[in-house]
Design a protein around this ligand. Sequence first.
Ligand code: AKB
Length: 345
Amino acid sequence: MSTPTILITGAGGEMGHALIEALADAEVAIVATDLRPLPSNIAERCVAVLHGRDGDVTDPAFVRAAAEYPIERIFHLAAVLSTAAERDPVAAHRVNVEGTLNVLELAQMLGRRHDRSVRVLFPSTIAVYGFASLDDKVRCGRVRENDALEPQTLYGIAKLHCERLGIYYSSFYRRLSGEKPRVDFRALRFPGLISADTLPTGGTSDYAPEMLHAAARGEPYACFVRPDTQIPFMAMPDGVRALLQLAEAPVERLSRRVYNIGAFAPTAAEIAAAVRRYFPDASIEFAPDVHRQAIVDSWCADVDDSAARHDWGWQPQYDFERAFAEYLVPAVTRRYASVETTERR
Ligand code: AKB
């Protein structure tokens, strides 16, 4: 049997790095795309890297270039995150919606050409949920997949729309012409992700990783949300594991195409306390930004992920304590110690 080929869009981002590393020992040929060339340690793990116009999911050149490979599975990670999307909604819509449409068309075209279905893994987000007031958010508690789908950000609106596009391509594509759907779309609604290796850009859950990385670097941090702010979070290794696990799940086990996944849901004050426990000199103040605060206030406080647990055995490995003790703190400490050593040389 030949080695399966997978496509990873947005491979240069946080999750792309982590996913390519997690696939290091897997028998797969990786085609990676990004606007910019990838760092050599990531690029060398791929059979091809498409960048520039070929790596831009909004450009027809991307579809042409990617269609040259016998891709069976797509991890469509390219996206503009919530804060960046509020700054430039038109550009964010282009990337998040038109880019996803191109990926789905590519999958359909490849499926038709090779007479099989192409699995598309799509990181969606808790930003698809929207509450009009903090009272509503608190009253709802752990949100289920079909609750409160009233996103207030361009990012959340685009992701919700793309979830529905994915369902359309998987179940109803061109029903009138009789063409068979060739896409097997699966989405995870990710909470905020915290990585010890990389920092996110343009998100609104960024205060958690920023607080940790600033403390590890010995720099002060002004947190842009109130101490009582609560949304769900997850350690990056669990996020990548969830993507790979859903990608492998037999289709007959899936009762839906879009799943919540959760791990822990601390307040910003609890995150600051955990950071101070491991970095007692950390200087953290709270300086809420009214716009970014409104975004996280509109998101859910926690998620009900019982469907993922039941259907494909989702179970996070890291709760809040374990994430800090066994992953974040050791890895982030190693990371900045080695940066210091390199800088001193
Ligand atoms: C963001 O903050 O935009 C993302 C998300 C929660 O989807 N991390």
